[in-house]
Design a binder for this molecule. Structure first.
Ligand code: ARG
Ligand code: ASP
Length: 716
């Protein structure tokens, strides 16, 4: 009996740990490949990352502002999520040609739609530059001296390598600044929309299902990279030709079984797995709750207005999705952290760590001090963090304030011009001009948001800590935020398209008048206040915390010898490997590791608005026209779950089987596992993947764009 329990426990702890980690591709050969092979991987580390030969890394790209995409044909065709292509699809849409609502498919190259401002970036090579970045950083340096030496080293080396390699480069710190790596990149700027399913498929389940398993949306869109005749990046030009990549992923139609090896290759944005217990406590009990409460108010107002009017819906669709996404994520995260006793777990770990290093007096003293410093620093940081959150999530949650504030450089440069000094007025004026008329702004919606945010601000921020100008306005209006807001919104030229037109026609002449615009005055007072008071203090504490984290990280790596540490995500290329896995979310409930179109149809039958689909999908379902995209039981699968450690930015990442073939596109995580950015737990943290067979079914059968499959390498 006893020995059985012991065996069970060790298996359990292994299962909990095995799949954690976002590894650096250039170190796979040294750090992970044998473990990966043990878990079923059939290829070599060189096939994942190589600087001499074509490898998978040549088919994985940063898509737009913060997603991943993979190349799936030798004609530069790329696959990413619908929510990653969302802002591009929205920008190409109008009420008459609504590609969000109806979807879009190019039926030939000519119909591919150039997406302005969309870029796709590949990594050419990665180099360790730690010694170069830390070379003149002396032991006795203060945090500020250290930081400025490092920043200037980074700038210099980036500049030098740019010239040397004839490519763009950037440098990032890893392990909290214990190591630095250089990334040589190539960015394509002519990227065109090839196709996307209607929102009712791409976003099926919308906010109801977001961050939730089981899932039934086909969260994908396709684009194509164009290059000049030399296969190099170029500005949009109708003469450009499809990019010929060094590598593209073959696509498997054979599916997967529970327990199969999976690998996610992409650009995870940010994780914080090595925080101290104090940091987790702050996050769970203060930061997450504040942000959630503020966003909830904003979202409710937007949703009401979007439902009433299609123009407003299109204007706010992208913003709403963005605000809603992290609103829900933080909510899940704080619940998950509480439920799994994260703070206590961290505390226990810290205690254990201390006792482990305590055999050496010098170490004991060092780390005792370190943990005390953490406690003290977070105590002082917490009230500042609250103020900062009220600045960014509350006051800057009002569009009018943010928009008016973007005019600050215009006035600054104009003043120089009027004083006869050298200035950049024309350039700055040009920059703000396209903001007007405000495309994604509805004055009446924002007016309601303003009232709600000012209410929250005056309720929760102590009078002594308020922006003095805002406080004096509140006093004048007897604390009546509605009356104050009406005064602002009825008299401002910045947020009224008609008045703004006039303003632009005589901006220079009447600048003095416009500088006294009530919204502009308030916006600049707010931003200046925080720039002078809270932000410098926040920066100061963040430097302190960074320094403590750096020492802590170093200590962990030096003293826990039997554990491999991966660096926290920082928007750079990473490999996460795990397996196709189901999970038990709570007592008595067992989730399957995949979903099928049957479940989509069931959800649709509930009549819930978020589960609406167009009749065409239901017709195809009735006909059971599934082609050869089904599993061995004849079921058309939609999504599956895995134990891959992923985060925001991993959306759109290729999910690859043991043979390096594409089996899906990563797009989300499960509700219970949203805490994985802070504390990954292999027994219930899951990534959610769109089954590539469903993607192809939609392209082929639903959209009738099956011609695209001819350029893919399909493994049947
Ligand atoms: N939760 C996923 C991710 O973090 C999908 C987001 C799509 N956005 C949305 N609001 N539904 O990005
Ligand atoms: N949905 C996320 C993204 O857009 C992925 C995640 O957070 O799991 O990157």
């Amino acid at each position: 009996m006893k020995s059985k329990i012991i065996i069970f426990l060790t298996v359990l702890s292994l299962a909990g740990k095995a799949d954690e980690g976002m590894w650096m591709p250039q170190l796979i050969a040294a750090m992970n490949i044998s473990d990966m092979k043990k878990n079923g991987f059939k290829l070599s580390a060189e096939q994942i990352y190589s600087i001499n030969k074509a490898s998978m890394k040549d088919a994985v790209a940063i898509f737009g502002g913060g997603c991943t995409a993979e190349v799936i044909s030798d004609k530069g065709l790329i696959l990413t999520n619908h929510h990653c292509g969302f802002s591009s699809i929205a920008a190409l849409s109008s009420v008459a040609n609504d590609y969000l609502k109806n979807g879009y498919w190019a039926m030939n190259a000519k119909e591919e739609l150039y997406s302005k401002d969309l870029t796709v970036t590949f990594i050419k090579r990665i180099e360790d530059v730690t010694s170069k970045i830390l070379q003149n950083v002396k032991v006795g340096f203060s945090e500020i001296q250290r930081d400025s030496a490092i920043q200037s080293n980074i700038k210099l080396l980036e500049k030098k390598t740019k010239e040397e390699y004839k490519y763009d480069t950037f440098i990032r710190g890893f392990y909290y600044g214990n190591e630095y790596y250089l990334f040589v990149t190539e960015t394509f700027r002519d990227v065109r929309l090839v196709g996307a399913p209607p929102e009712s498929i791409g976003k099926f389940g919308d906010e109801t299902d977001n961050w939730v398993w089981p899932r039934h949306n086909a969260d994908f869109s396709m684009f194509r990279i164009y290059a000049n005749k030399e296969n190099k990046p170029a500005e949009y030009n109708s003469e450009n030709i499809p990019y010929k990549p060094a590598y593209s992923f073959p696509i498997s139609l054979k599916g997967y079984e529970k327990g199969d090896f999976t690998m996610v290759y992409g650009f995870p944005g940010r994780t914080q797995e090595y925080l101290s217990s104090n940091a987790v406590e702050l996050l769970q009990n203060q930061q997450d709750p504040i942000r959630v409460e503020l966003r909830e108010k904003r979202l409710a107002i937007m949703a009401t207005d979007m439902k009433k009017n299609d123009t407003i819906r299109l204007m706010y669709a992208n913003k709403y999705a963005g605000v809603a996404n992290y609103y829900k994520k933080w909510n899940g995260e704080m619940q998950g952290l509480k439920k799994s006793n994260a703070v206590q777990t961290k505390k226990d770990f810290e205690k254990k760590f201390l006792s482990q290093v305590s055999s050496e007096p010098a170490k004991k003293e060092k780390f005792t001090n370190l943990f005390n410093q953490f406690t003290k620093t977070y105590e002082e940081y917490a009230p500042l963090s609250k103020q900062y959150d009220y600045f960014t999530e509350c006051l800057l949650g009002i569009d009018a304030i943010r928009l008016a504030n973007s005019f600050v450089p215009v006035f600054t440069e104009l003043k120089k011009k009027q004083e006869g000094k050298e200035n950049k007025f024309e350039a700055k004026f040009k920059e703000v001009k396209p903001i007007l008329p405000f495309k994604n702004f509805n004055k009446e919606t924002d007016r309601k948001i303003c009232v709600a945010m000012l209410d929250m601000f005056s309720k929760n921020i102590d009078k002594s800590l308020r922006v003095p100008y805002l406080d004096s306005l509140l006093t004048v209006y007897n604390g009546n935020t509605k009356a104050l807001t009406d005064f602002l919104y009825n008299n401002s030229g910045f947020i009224d398209n008609k008045k703004a037109e006039l303003m632009f026609s005589d901006f220079e002449k009447n600048a003095q008048l416009y500088e006294r615009d009530p919204v502009y005055l308030l916006a600049t007072a707010i931003v200046k206040h925080y720039q002078k008071t809270v932000i410098p203090q926040i920066n100061y504490y963040e430097l302190q915390i960074a320094e403590l984290q750096k020492e802590y990280m170093k200590g962990l790596r030096e003293n826990i010898k039997d554990k491999k540490f991966y660096p926290d995500a920082n928007g750079t290329l990473r490999v996460a490997y795990g397996k196709v896995a189901d999970y038990k979310p709570r007592d008595g409930v067992d989730y399957l590791h995949f979903t099928t179109i049957d479940g989509l149809v069931d959800k649709n039958k509930t009549g819930i608005e978020d589960y609406y689909v167009k009749p065409r999908l239901l017709e195809l379902y009735e006909k059971k026209d599934f082609g050869n995209y089904v599993d061995k039981n004849g079921k058309l699968r939609i999504a599956f779950t895995g134990s891959n450690h992923t985060t925001g930015g991993n959306s759109g990442s290729p999910v690859i089987n043991a043979k390096g073939q594409l089996i899906g596109t990563n797009f989300d995580r499960n509700w219970e596992g949203t805490m994985s950015d802070i504390m990954y737990n292999g027994s219930f943290c899951r990534n959610i993947v769109l089954d590539v067979r469903f993607t192809l079914w939609v392209v082929d059968k639903y959209a009738g764009a099956g011609y695209l499959l001819n350029e893919m390498k399909l493994i049947k």
